[in-house]
Design a protein around this ligand. Structure first.
Ligand code: ZN
Length: 162
């Protein structure tokens, strides 16, 4: 099996920039190329699918629609929670980001949308929900994953360890 292009089961190193509404939001500059294991959902699906088949040295502009990025903005994804349900020592303020467990015990991202008296309104939309993502990516390296990386489904070098 040749590993000279981006395909499932290959560790990809890429340089990238991310613009939303013409504003630079994220970039590999300064912290080096991002590594990810292709085909394991390590990066957003709309970007990964466009990168399949790219070779080292190849660059590309990729526009990702909200549905293939961080989702459409969901006007229903709000929840009012009494202030008393949060730890007393938690400094509650608008914009605060937190992780809450839903009824199924699943961890979900949320941020505080507003605070009205004793009611805290949580917004479960990802900060980039509803946004069109403009990536410029360049593949700078391809390699085989280690057995451990393959069994975990993610990269250990240049990623996280656990
Ligand atoms: Zn791991």
């Amino acid at each position: 099996m040749s590993k000279d292009s981006v395909q499932d089961g290959v560790v990809v190193s890429m340089e990238y920039t991310l613009h939303v509404d013409g504003e630079l939001l994220d970039s590999s500059e300064g912290h080096g190329p991002l590594q990810f294991l292709a085909g394991y959902g390590n990066i957003i699906p709309g970007l990964e699918s466009e990168m399949m088949g790219m070779k080292v040295g190849e660059g590309k502009d990729v526009v990702v629609a909200p549905a293939d990025g961080y989702g459409e903005y969901d006007e229903e994804a709000f929840l009012d929670v009494p202030r008393g349900q949060f730890p007393k020592d938690m400094k509650m303020e608008e914009g605060l980001e937190l992780t809450v467990r839903d009824n199924a015990g699943q961890a979900r991202y949320a941020r505080v949308e507003s605070i009205e008296g004793e009611t805290v309104r949580l917004n479960f939309n990802h900060p980039l929900a509803g946004d069109e993502l403009h990536f410029n990516v360049k593949v700078v390296g391809l390699r085989e994953p280690t057995d451990e990386e393959l069994s975990h489904g993610h990269v250990h070098e240049g990623g996280h360890h656990h």
